[in-house]
Design a binder for this molecule. Structure first.
Ligand code: NAD
Length: 333
């Protein structure tokens, strides 16, 4: 049988590149050819794909998901899409949301239209728990209303609903995943864990928002990849699947663990003005993907965090230029 040809958007970013390396690695399905389409924004790191660059069944294309001609030509050559490409940093969406709407909403629409036109068999749309908004107690099931608060979350909710609309209206086999906060190595050092770790490795303080009591459910990127792959291979058309990690922590608790792992003291915490509209707590119920597809987070959080910190300690050449790039962008008016 010929291999399944999968178009992976955003595959030079954090989660997309883990997905690609896993699928083409020894534990991958073995019957897939992957094309990564990535426009290489500030958040991309082409080195994330070095391990697979020369492998049979892998191709990289630098290009924009909003480019209708390019996307149309690519869809004609692929059986499935796994769609990661996005502007992904909440703080940046608060400063300016235009690029979030362009990539996350319009880009997704371009992909869906082309997928429909060219008869793509399956379209996995990678969404986020942030589409549900904040929940004080309990956990959001997939039936929970979508109620995003940040411009990032609103753009992801728009694309998520658009993807589901293509299933309901046109019958396109769309599957949506909504996961919690990812962590692991090769995450861009603007996100909280790599930001704090790289600050501490440089002897700098860590900026903790507000009272530090915002709660997130931490999911190791390998478990996220496991969940996405289960949905691609065995999920049902038109369905949403939550993917959670099972480790809920306040930001203060997370910071204390990072300080301990990096051998630093609480004196390294600098409380800063809270993020505007900062959601207090996210929590997803992942019973559906567990029952239907056998998903279960495998990575112990303490072990995953220690491995992540060790990786940043050993791979300064990977993150230092990205940090400088991130700081330059933050200074831009
Ligand atoms: P990332 O920022 O590390 O990577 C995004 C990638 O998309 C980059 O390589 C970038 O170059 C590419 N990209 C951006 N705009 C593009 C465009 N117009 N055309 C083509 N490529 C483009 O993001 P990530 O953390 O790997 O997140 C991947 C997906 O997972 C996103 O859709 C994000 O919303 C979702 N998600 C992430 C998290 C998390 O904790 N990181 C949690 C939930 C959901």
């Amino acid at each position: 049988m010929s291999p399944t040809r999968i178009l992976v958007t955003g595959g030079a970013g954090f989660i997309g590149s883990h997905y690609v390396r896993t699928l083409l690695g020894p534990d991958g399905p073995g019957d897939v050819h992957l094309t990564v389409l990535d426009s290489l924004t500030y958040a991309a790191s082409p080195a994330n794909l070095d391990e697979v660059r020369d492998q049979d069944g892998f191709r990289f294309l630098a290009g924009d998901i909003c480019d209708e001609t390019l996307v149309g030509a690519l869809m004609a050559e692929h059986d499935q899409v796994v769609h990661f490409a996005a502007e992904s940093h909440v703080d940046r969406s608060i400063v300016s949301s235009a690029e979030f709407v362009r990539t996350n909403v319009l880009g997704t629409q371009v992909l869906l239209d082309a997928a429909l036109r060219h008869g793509v068999r399956t379209f996995v749309h990678v969404s986020t728990d942030e589409v549900y908004g904040s929940i004080a107690t309990g956990s959001c099931a997939e039936t929970h209303p979508v109620n995003p608060n940040s411009p990032y979350a609103a753009s992801k909710a728009s694309s998520d609903l658009l993807a589901l609309a293509y299933h309901r209206t046109h019958g396109l086999d769309v599957r949506v995943t909504r996961c919690s906060n990812n962590y692991g190595h090769r995450q861009f050092p603007e996100k909280v864990i790599p930001l704090f770790v790289t600050n501490l490795l440089d002897g700098k303080k860590v900026p903790l928002y507000g009272d530090g009591l915002h709660v997130r459910d931490w999911l190791h990127v390998d478990d996220h990849v496991q969940g996405i792959e289960l949905v691609r291979a065995g999920g049902r058309p038109g369905e949403v699947y939550n993917i959670g990690g099972g480790t809920e922590l306040s930001n203060r608790e997370l910071t204390d663990l990072l300080l301990e792992t990096c051998g630093s003291s609480p004196a390294m915490i600098e409380y800063v003005v809270d993020r505007k509209g900062h959601d207090r707590r996210y929590s997803v119920n992942w019973g559906k993907i567990h029952t239907e597809l056998g998903y279960k987070p495998r990575k112990d959080f303490a072990e995953g965090l220690a491995e992540t910190v060790a990786w940043y300690r050993d791979n300064r050449t990977w993150w230092q230029p990205l940090r400088e790039r991130s700081l330059r962008l933050a200074r831009r008016p």
